[in-house]
Design a protein around this ligand. Structure first.
Ligand code: DGL
Length: 268
């Protein structure tokens, strides 16, 4: 029984492929764990939806992942964490881990006391973000920047397209003009833009994302609950999407750097 629950997968979800940036950090840290990933591509982006709609999606996906036997759920989405983490925790009877923009590490990293935060409108407007700023950044200048349209380009796999670079530059410019030396990637899609981001801002600007911290938290919680796999074969990955099978599979293959991945369509 204990062996069975230990072998159960980690369930991870996002509005689309963004959560793969977290899943890959989990995969790196925990190579023996099985991963069950749900990309809610038919409802992406979450960042411009009303909180109730996002909460309903989270509930459906969380219940699906638990029904599939997931032993722990990772809300690999800052937006969904902002709107529904507590509700999901009280609904599901497995540990639920969320994520929030890396304001705390950014405050530790900044040399001039000015940080920029790229995130969705919903995340920036949420109470959770306000509490985060109050808790860690009262003496830091925080420049927030919503990035409408960026997630859609990443969902299409356009990580290096001039269109993506142009849009990203428009979002970065106001932050850089105001002198921030540290930029927080407060949406799990954005780490996939790190290569072009590095080109645009140069080496002097620190870039923070929280994927590795979430992976460490997953490891800690599994360990505390006796659910961490410590020996056996390498873990596997299973991918589901509510969106177009062929399109999502193509993008997941390129982001996961594995052409053998197959993605199943499952509208919830
Ligand atoms: N990847 C998500 C996040 O971390 C949401 C992006 C979206 O769907 O708008 O916020």
């Amino acid at each position: 029984m204990i062996f069975l629950s230990q072998r159960a997968p980690i369930g991870i979800f996002d509005s689309g492929v963004g959560g793969l940036s977290v899943a890959r950090d989990i995969r790196k840290l925990l190579p023996l764990e099985d991963i069950l990933y749900y990309a809610d591509s038919a409802h992406c982006p979450y960042g411009d939806k009303d909180p109730q709609t996002i909460q309903q999606r989270e509930k459906k996906i969380g219940e699906f992942l638990v029904a599939q036997g997931a032993k722990l759920i990772v809300v690999a989405c800052n937006t969904a964490t902002s709107t529904g983490l507590e509700d999901l925790r009280s609904l599901l009877n497995v540990p639920v881990i969320g994520m929030e923009p890396g304001v705390k590490p950014a405050v530790a990293a900044t040399r001039n006391g000015k940080i920029g935060v790229l995130a969705t409108n919903v995340t920036i407007a949420g109470d959770r973000f306000a509490a985060l700023i109050k808790r860690y950044a009262e003496n830091t200048q925080v420049i927030t920047q919503p990035c409408p349209g960026l997630v859609e380009l990443i969902e299409q796999g356009k990580l290096h397209a001039p269109e993506t670079k142009g849009k990203l530059w428009n979002f970065l410019q106001p932050i850089l003009e105001r002198g921030a030396d540290t930029i927080v990637l407060g949406c799990t899609h954005y780490p996939f833009l790190r290569p072009i981001l590095g080109e645009l801002v140069g080496p002097e600007i620190a870039i923070i994302d929280t994927g590795q911290a979430v992976a460490r938290q997953v490891s800690k919680i599994l360990n505390e609950n006796g659910l961490l796999i410590t020996d056996g074969p390498l873990g596997t990955e299973q991918f589901y999407t509510s969106g177009n099978q062929a399109n999502v599979q193509e993008v997941i293959q390129s982001l996961w750097l594995n052409n053998n991945i197959s993605v199943k369509t499952l509208p919830l």
